[in-house]
Design a protein around this ligand. Structure first.
Ligand code: TXA
Ligand code: MG
Length: 309
């Protein structure tokens, strides 16, 4: 086993906290079956106890240890998209503590694809609870350096797996027996791909999910610099422009998410771009909207939350 992976496994076994790379964003990992380790996750993030954690597993075969009811819809989604950027919320077993699920009768489960995270899961041989490795409501980390600067002093170890390839958190789907699946959070797996496998998914209107997905508070992913969604380019030397494809000169700083108009590329660069522009001392960040199809849905979800006050 890789030495760094081995160290991550040892820290997890000892009940410690590890910054872990996944293909979506970096996670703040802990032994999901240890209440004290899980309690430390909430403390390190300053995260409210009503916001449940996702459990990460090495493979579909381990799901039945955590879930009572993984029905045929969940099975089809798992077969199609695991390992990958999809979290399934399903009825939980009692081995999963109320602390992990914030008292909910369901548990969020994901099998991540990142090879180092897979190696840690194989070595640890148990579920790893991991929220995104950022302080509550801050920008999610897509590099080990983001984790170090935001939470470094609170973690026992950070496993550097390079920049995250997807760059947005997993798409979360609630799958209850005999009910149509429900989209709880748009994310790194496009809704269109999911619907191609299981048919239509219920998409609750914005703001209606507070009880089903307590973590989806509107203000989230917040840069310290005020962020506005602005379709028109209005160049100003004190303004940072987060552009989709192109922007005229005249802004204090400009990041183009994808010059060719590729939403997958734009998603992978979004959080790193927000981190960069936020550190520049600009008066405001003006983000250009992207088309709301495919990954554009999740990008616009994150931008709206970053703009909420
Ligand atoms: O891609 C991801 O999902 C990343 C990586 C590290 O796996 N994790 C992540 O975790 O984004 P977090 O904690 O930042 O967001 C997970 C969200 C929670 O805020 C909550 O809304 C939802 O998942 N969630 C988890 N368990 C749930 C449950 N049982 N019922 C409803 N929502 C749940
Ligand atoms: Mg998060």
């Amino acid at each position: 086993m890789d030495r760094a992976v081995q160290r991550a496994v040892e820290v997890l076994r000892a009940g410690g906290l590890v910054g872990l790379p996944t293909e979506t964003v970096y996670g703040l990992g802990a032994d999901a079956l240890s209440e004290t380790a899980v309690a430390r996750v909430f403390e390190a993030k300053d995260r409210p106890r009503f916001d449940p954690l996702i459990c990460h597993l090495g493979s579909r075969a381990e799901v039945d240890a955590l879930a009572t009811d993984f029905d045929s819809t969940a099975d089809r989604l798992a077969a199609a998209f695991w390992p990958g950027p999809l979290t399934l919320v399903v009825p939980k077993r009692s081995v999963v503590s109320d602390l992990v699920t914030a008292g909910a009768p369901t548990v969020g489960i994901r099998v991540p694809a990142h090879p180092l995270m897979q190696a840690v899961l194989q070595g640890f041989e148990g579920p790893i609870a991991a929220p995104s490795a950022n302080p509550f409501a801050a920008i999610s980390p897509t590099t080990a350096e983001h984790v170090r600067t935001q939470l470094g002093d609170k973690l026992d170890f950070i496993l550097d797996g390079g920049p995250c390839s997807v760059g947005l958190e997993s798409t979360i789907i609630l799958v209850l027996p005999h009910q149509r699946p429900v989209l709880l959070r748009p994310g790194g797996l496009p809704l269109e791909s999911i619907e191609a496998v299981v048919g239509s998914v219920v998409v609750p209107p914005p703001g209606s999910l507070s009880s089903a997905a307590p973590g989806r508070s509107l203000k989230h992913y917040s840069p310290k610099t005020p962020l506005f969604i602005e379709p028109t380019h209005r160049p100003h030397p004190q303004v940072a422009r987060l552009a989709y494809r192109d922007a005229p000169p005249g802004f204090g700083a400009t990041v183009r998410l994808s010059p060719t108009g590729d939403l997958t590329e734009a998603a992978s660069k979004l959080f790193a771009a927000l981190q960069t522009l936020d550190g520049g001392g600009w008066h405001r960040i003006e983000a250009q909207p992207v088309p709301e199809t495919g990954l554009g849905r999740a990008i616009m979800d994150r931008l709206r939350r970053a703009a909420a006050r």
